[in-house]
Design a protein around this ligand. Sequence first.
Ligand code: ADP
Ligand code: ZN
Length: 429
Amino acid sequence: MYWDERNECIGPEDLARLQFARLRETVRRAARSPFYRAKGLGEIEVRDLSDVRKLPFTTKDDLREAYPFGMLSCPLDDVVRLHSSSGTTGTPTVVYHSKKDIDRWTDLVARCLYMIGVRKGDVFQNMIGYGLFTGGLGLHYGAERLGCLTIPTGPGNTKRQLKFMKDFGVSVIHVIPSYALHLADEVEKLGIDPRREFPSFKYALLGAEPHTEETRRKVEEFFGIQAYNSYGLSEMNGPGVAFECPEKNGMHIWEDAFLVEVVDPVTLEPVAPGMQGELVITTLEREAMPILRYRTKDLTTLSDEPCPCGRTHRRISRIAGRSDDMIILKGVNIFPMQIEAVLIGIPGVGRNYQVILESRGHNDHITVKVEIDAHLSIDDYRSLEELRKRIVRELRDEILVTPEVVLTEPGGIPVAQGKAVRVVDNRTT
Ligand code: ADP
Ligand code: ZN
């Protein structure tokens, strides 16, 4: 039932002891890097776990500043891999791994896969980008470690994806949720019954971008499978940081490898237990590039309710959004996920949407482009107008601003190769 029972079901005292030992080691290692040495890390003594709060926070900007080698904590000779975050602007941020780092990462990913029932004999198709992006190689290594036949298709070329799924009896896919919906669209367009076409298909891992419970349900119902939420970020390896167990009630965050805090993103003080805040993570096992108190910008809550699956690691809730994805419009704070949650509940709405922000005169203007369901006729003006008005009304009730809503045909909004671009901000100020 467990990949690594000793660690997955570790008791609270043993976990605290392990974390403390690893935190001390991490701080000692990090102090070797030029970046943390300059922050005076050498002088900080960690006497117990709560001393993590004496340590400096680390941000994405810090990583940029430390580019290319400022965070290196071991001889360059010992580095065997480099990854970069998918951010497209400015200096990239890079993360380097030693051989042991890759081994530990692989093991965490294998742990996640095993947890949901993936075993040797499963055929795993990885529809997420390879290269610098961590979702490709990260999952690939984990699946191979379990002994799965692992097919590195990467994203795109939907027809070939579907052909491989059928011809090789694929049972597990790893996919970005927006692309999973696109895949469903394609299957629908081809007029095939997904349950007949892909009889071996069992699990989808939905990772790399925020998505709603409804999106999960749509994927599950369409293909007749189980879908699991997979969370990670390059700075913390990539996938394998937190993952849903079969209970699907939050993602276990692996506390033997990561020390977790949830803080108020403004005051940086810990939030009250169970309250939403920014997830802050310290690596506990990383050799080549330990990172202290990394501000993920991801908003979540942490639960210490015991989980019926028997794993003792706490669970984070579905990510509500990134604090820097928040749209501030006419003084109102809006997360793209709020828009998605409204749209997905309206019959007649298709599988893709995009939010466009513009300045008109001195005012901000929000347009929500929405694909209609393939079953709706583009010529039935009256139904379309009713649908459009309903979307406007329901969105206004949720986001408190009246958006312009533009309906488009299925496929009218381009599908991104990687993470979906939900918000296009063309505002001039
Ligand atoms: P970038 O920060 O440039 O997007 P990464 O590829 O490292 O680079 O992406 C990590 C980020 O992706 C996370 O911080 C989070 O915002 C988002 N993410 C990853 N997995 C999930 C998930 N399951 N749910 C919501 N957001 C996720
Ligand atoms: Zn569980």
